[in-house]
Design a protein around this ligand. Structure first.
Ligand code: DGL
Length: 261
């Protein structure tokens, strides 16, 4: 592996593309391999052991691709990734801590609402980090959101109704920050603002970029070429369906293919 090697990024589906979007924007000379594990999506309702196995298989696959770094662009996978957390070559980066700290630095009222998958809420890592730093945390699992987003049904009555159903009870609690504890949910930001009013939406893209950049810099792995990077997307499911689910993604893509991991 060297500085020209790609960065591996993965999620259960299209949600992690919200992180990739930011990484391509901020690191335009890097090469990326993105895997959407749509065959096993949604992760958010699987057992811990199932998710641990998905993470192991994908990390192993990315290692074979000689990636220089792995970014777990999925909270549900991150909270089930202790078994790969100490890896050094390639380093494996999770998104929960950077996203939690971004929310802590954003809130003024110290009331934060965490929205995430049932697994991420059950594991409680966001709640623990935020509470330790004096934040009053509201946490809610939103199992209806991922299927809506994978079906590319954002900006519809269905998406607004689903968001309204979840968020109505949290209005009037002096919440000024909504933490997207699932990388898919940033795609419902418009609906969330419509229901919650003027709140800060914290997602993983920006926060993760800083960790990725610092780690590449520390390890002398930043790609210093002047050429634009190469972006390869893979799905473990149906390519046609994947392309349809991600038609909102407007960054450069060089290929979209099927893989079995
Ligand atoms: N995008 C993922 C996350 O950040 C998981 C969604 C799912 O597959 O349930 O948690």
């Amino acid at each position: 592996m060297d500085s020209k090697s790609p960065i591996g990024v993965f999620d259960s589906g299209v949600g992690g593309l919200t992180v990739l979007d930011e990484l391509i924007h901020r690191l335009p000379h890097e090469n990326f391999i993105y895997i959407g594990d749509t065959k096993n999506s949604p992760y958010g309702e699987k057992t811990d052991q199932e998710i641990i196995d998905y993470v192991s298989n994908i990390v192993r696959y990315l290692e074979k691709c000689d990636v220089k770094q792995v970014v777990i662009a999925c909270n549900t996978a991150t909270v089930n990734s202790e078994h790969v957390a100490d890896k050094k070559e390639p380093e494996v980066i999770g998104i929960v801590y950077p996203t939690a700290f971004k929310a802590i630095n954003t809130t003024k009222t110290k009331n934060v609402l965490v929205l995430a998958t049932p697994v991420t809420i059950r594991k409680g890592l966001y709640q623990t980090i935020l509470k330790k730093l004096g934040i009053n945390v509201y946490a809610k699992a939103c199992p209806k959101f991922v299927p809506i987003i994978e079906a590319n049904k954002m900006n519809t009555k269905e998406s607004l109704d689903a968001v309204r159903e979840v968020l109505e009870p949290f209005k009037g609690q002096n919440i000024d920050t909504v933490l997207m504890g699932c990388t898919h949910y940033g795609l419902l930001a418009k609906e969330i603002k419509e229901v919650m009013g003027d709140v800060n939406i914290v997602d993983s893209g920006n926060a993760t970029y800083e960790v990725v950049h610092n780690s590449l810099q520390k390890n002398h792995l930043l790609n210093n070429t002047k050429e634009p990077g190469h972006v390869e997307l893979y799905t473990t499911g149906d390519v046609k369906t994947f392309k349809k689910s991600m038609s909102w993604f407007n960054k450069r893509i060089d290929s979209i293919d099927f893989i079995s991991v």
